[in-house]
Design a protein around this ligand. Structure first.
Ligand SMILES: [Zn+2]
Length: 268
């Protein structure tokens, strides 16, 4: 496995959103503690991106992020909570549906699943996580790590007692730390498997609600300097923005952001 030239770290939640909680701890604080330990150990090979931001809500996984990270890997840190039905404990990695895990994903998932066991799948492929979709649309090498269940006492105690070890193992999955590694070219970006469209997001039109609406709103703002509220809800302003985007992109103006509009809007 080639070592990452640099690992970029995004902390889940924050900016007033504590994320999941358990045992008096919250996810936003725990993953920031982990990230700062990763930065301490990794030195110049680790860049923890602005921890004051909520990267999901603010739509910052965008072209500007791609411009700063290039082909280097990005990891978004979370802790999970068992909401009733799901698995009660354990860690895993989530990547964009349609992508094959790369060597970094596999090494990371092998560590997490052995250190925080309990999940049936150490890697899950998700199509409904906004930051994975945004990263995919910009060609960013990206994964989410759910570093154990914060509401499980075994996972939480193990995490809390071993932050330096967890940080070291995550870095090791990207070839950072330990013996000085030979400089190696970064892995190529994850590529879609054959037959999988990258822009298979749901259609956005007036009245649509959900993460795909936020993705349109943030993409529109970014591309055209708009000021749409990124609020998961397509009201009159978003309706007008879809038509405006279609006019500017030179495609059929039907106020419905389907596959053709997505690919023009997100295409590079
Ligand atoms: Zn989370």
């Amino acid at each position: 496995m080639s070592a990452a030239e640099k690992l970029y770290v995004i902390c889940g939640h924050g900016a007033g959103d504590p994320g999941a909680s358990g045992g008096g701890y919250n996810e936003a604080e725990r993953v920031r503690t982990l990230a700062s330990e990763m930065a301490r150990q990794g030195g110049s090979k680790v860049s923890v991106l602005d921890t004051s931001k909520n990267w999901y809500k603010s739509g910052l996984v965008n072209a500007a992020l791609k411009a700063s990270v290039g082909r280097n890997p990005v990891i978004e840190l979370h802790m999970d909570a068992a909401d009733g039905d799901g698995p009660a404990k354990g860690a895993h990695v989530a990547i964009r549906a349609g992508f094959s895990p790369d060597a970094w994903d596999t090494a990371l998932a092998d560590f997490l699943a052995s250190y925080f066991p309990g999940r049936a799948d150490k890697i899950t492929q998700r199509s409904n996580l906004a930051n994975l979709n945004r990263a995919a649309s910009h060609g960013i090498n990206y994964r989410l790590a759910e570093v154990g269940m914060i509401d499980d006492k075994v996972d939480r105690d193990k995490f809390n007692a071993n932050v330096p070890a967890v940080a070291a193992e995550i870095l090791a999955a990207f070839g950072i730390g330990g013996a000085p590694a030979e400089p190696a070219p970064p892995s190529p970006p994850q590529t879609p498997q054959k037959g999988e469209a990258v822009y298979n997001f749901k259609t956005v039109k007036k009245g649509s609600k959900g993460d795909h609406v936020s993705l349109f709103q943030s993409a529109y703002n970014e591309r055209f300097g708009g000021s749409l509220a990124v609020d998961k809800s397509a009201g009159p302003a978003t309706h007008e923005a879809i038509g405006d985007a279609q006019s500017r992109l030179g495609i059929k103006k039907d106020f419905s952001c389907g596959p053709d509009t997505w690919s023009h809007l997100l295409g590079t």
